[in-house]
Design a protein around this ligand. Sequence first.
Ligand code: SF4
Length: 64
Amino acid sequence: MSRIVVDFDRCEGHGLCEQTAPDVFQLDDEGELHLTHAEVAPERESAVAAAVRVCPVAALKVQP
Ligand code: SF4
């Protein structure tokens, strides 16, 4: 199963990934990003891919 990799040095906490795939990406009260599922289940692949594309600072990757 592929995995989500977050470059936390790049992430600015704007939360577009959370809006796109809220069951995977969640921001806490301090704007820190947390992954509820680092492994990408088949049913989440398209939502995660959309979140990767929408991140304005290219902080998200999916590794095979
Ligand atoms: S969209 Fe990108 S910059 Fe924004 S919270 Fe998600 S990973 Fe961070």
